[in-house]
Design a protein around this ligand. Structure first.
Ligand SMILES: [Zn+2]
Length: 313
């Protein structure tokens, strides 16, 4: 399958919104994607709910397909190896011999450091200043990492490739996003930080995307809500995320390609507190979306991003 390499109009901006722990499961009462009104999510699935029953969409400027997250291994997919696979295009679970998380195992760290989407884009000739990791991290995160060596997949990937990790000052200036979008979590220990609405956070992310060739934002409260098995918490997280996505779709810069995907299922089945083996959604929205039409697993995302952006050089 080589059609994603076909020369096409250059895509100036790719914005990847990564949602932790979101699979496509059956539309049961335990699936908040089937029970909570989510207009922006549904817009991203061509008017369908994000469930296993949704029909795939493969249009030139809009793709919505289920992709495999089990990577050919038994057991429940985990964030360490799943994210490593998603963000490198290499089967990190096979490298490690099993699914592992939430942090990348030591066997997989060299892969994440050397072959991440950031490293591969830099290797293809994109200056690291054109690559952005939008999340802001507090000082205590860096103390934790230095103390225990517990890099997450995305922070390890960005740091190893020379893509700077954003901090409180960036968040204050609107050059970064809080992991929870509104910076509510930050204000517990940094009360001077301004509160943001979901729509304001979306505007900041759209501006970052416009200023960079590749921008990544990671959202993990979806996975936390899935582990909680708390339907009200799940509904609240999804409603906030939906408001964010609605504003983001309106604010996307011209020519941008928006990607959304996940590392493993979880939130779509509140009858269990563990992850699931469900496929995860891959949404491509905008210029060049059809490059992702035939993606079949977590391994098929990063190579296509690199191909698309390498054509702009
Ligand atoms: Zn989890």
């Amino acid at each position: 399958m080589t059609d994603h390499r076909t020369r096409r109009a250059p895509v100036p901006h790719v914005l990847f919104v990564f949602l932790d722990g979101v699979g496509l499961g059956p539309a049961t009462v335990a699936n908040p994607f089937a029970t909570v009104p989510l207009p922006a999510f549904e817009r991203l699935a061509g008017g369908q709910r994000w469930t296993a029953e949704a029909a795939p969409i493969r249009q030139p400027r809009h793709v919505f397909v289920p992709i495999d997250a089990t990577l050919g291994l038994e057991g429940l997919p985990q964030s360490g190896t799943g994210q490593a696979a998603l963000f490198t295009g290499e089967n990190a679970a096979a490298v490690h011999g099993r699914h592992f998380g939430p942090y990348p195992p030591t066997t997989v760290r060299p892969l994440v450091a050397e072959q991440s989407v950031f490293a591969r884009l830099a290797g293809a000739g994109l200056p690291t200043g054109r690559l952005a990791f939008a999340n802001a991290y507090p000082d205590r995160f860096f103390r934790f990492v230095e103390g225990r060596g517990r890099w997450t997949v995305t922070t390890l990937a960005a740091n190893a490739a020379g893509v700077r990790l954003r901090r409180a000052d960036d968040l204050r200036a609107g050059r970064a996003l809080a992991a929870d979008l509104t910076a509510e979590g930050w204000r517990a220990f940094a009360p001077d930080l301004p509160a943001r609405t979901e729509a304001e956070a979306a505007g900041h992310l759209a501006a970052l995307a416009e200023g960079h060739a590749f921008t990544l934002f990671e959202y993990f409260l979806t996975d936390k809500a899935g582990h909680s098995r708390d339907a009200a918490r799940a509904a609240a997280v999804l409603a906030r995320l939906d408001a964010f996505l609605e504003a983001l779709l309106d604010a996307l810069p011209d020519g941008a390609l928006l990607l959304l995907s996940s590392d493993h299922g979880n939130l779509e089945d509140l009858s269990t507190k563990s992850h699931t083996r469900h496929p995860v959604p891959l949404v491509a929205w905008g210029e060049g979306a059809d490059a992702f039409a035939e993606a079949g697993s977590l391994l098929d995302v990063t190579p296509r991003i690199v191909d698309l952006l390498a054509q702009t050089l």
